[in-house]
Design a protein. Structure first.
Length: 286
């Protein structure tokens, strides 16, 4: 196993040299395999376009809903599908089916086969979500022009085949419980804590009951999901207070707090000082 190629190496060979982006969504815990364990950036669509699309609360919720529907479609059909996202980019989804069960989905995205159709779709969605179209339009320049979808379908098939080959060649007993979901939820939270993330959405994404996942999360993390997200936001705001000169209000908003009074209260409860008091204690540069 030591000399075998790792999934992240395969994905990097595509993602580092091209405008399109290949990612793998885990729906079963399969990415806990030592040869398949990839970072969060390779589990989600990590291009700048998506960051802009999720820059408002409505934009984030719309993207989250769109991806959830794609994952559900993959689970329900187990077959190749592709189409435009709500902001106009094109994406291919290929379920990784092993023994009749959809274990993961390989996504090849950031594709642009029809720029005019993409712009029209993006404009309509931006009006609904409050995302600035001109800012999003700039990111279309970084999308992959497409003349033949089969090229990218073949890439998805190659990645899916690699995953199946790893499982067949190096059998790995997946956890029989939902602890892999907690790992996935933590990874997602660390990437998206600035947004209004909800446990109900994430539980539904992986096909679990929200209350069950909530209890399991607290039993494994020693805090509730809500408390976990708040701590991520507080630790991020603490770093910003130390390293930037942004106002407390700006830091609160950028860290995911919509109410500065609530931010101040949470910060003092966690660190014993208000954000302003904490900032006064930081070392002064000469």
């Amino acid at each position: 196993m030591q000399d075998t190629i790792h999934l992240s190496q395969l994905l990097n060979s595509y993602n580092n040299l091209n405008k399109f982006y290949v990612s793998v969504a885990d729906l079963s815990g399969i990415l806990s395999h030592p040869l398949l364990n990839i970072p969060i950036s390779e589990r989600i669509h990590a291009k700048k376009f998506c960051d802009v699309a999720k820059s408002t609360a409505n934009g984030y919720r719309s993207c989250r809903r769109c991806r959830r529907q794609a994952d559900l479609k993959a689970t329900a059909t187990g077959t190749l599908f592709h189409g435009h996202c709500i902001y106009g980019l094109y994406e291919i989804g290929l379920p990784v089916v092993i023994d009749g069960k959809t274990m993961a989905v390989v996504y090849v995205g950031n594709l642009l086969p029809d720029p005019e159709a993409a712009f029209n779709r993006a404009q309509k969605t931006c009006r609904k979500t409050g995302v600035k179209f001109q800012k999003l339009k700039q990111e279309f320049e970084n999308a992959q022009p497409v003349t033949d979808l089969n090229t990218y379908i073949d890439i998805a098939k190659a990645v899916a085949s690699f995953i199946k080959l790893v499982i067949k060649t190096f059998p790995y007993e997946l956890s029989s419980n939902a602890h892999w979901v907690i790992r996935e939820i933590k990874l997602y939270a660390r990437e998206n804590f600035r947004n209004d993330i909800k446990l109900s959405d994430l539980a539904a994404k992986y096909g679990f009951n929200e209350k069950y996942i909530g209890r399991l999360f607290k039993s494994t993390a020693d805090v509730s999901f809500t408390q976990y997200v708040i701590r991520l936001r507080l630790n991020h705001s603490k770093e910003m207070l130390l390293r930037s000169d942004k106002s407390v209000i700006e830091i609160a908003m950028f860290s995911g707090f919509e109410n500065v009074t609530y931010f101040n209260r949470c910060f003092k409860r966690e660190f014993g000082l208000t954000p302003t008091e904490f900032r006064r204690q930081r070392p002064k540069h000469s």
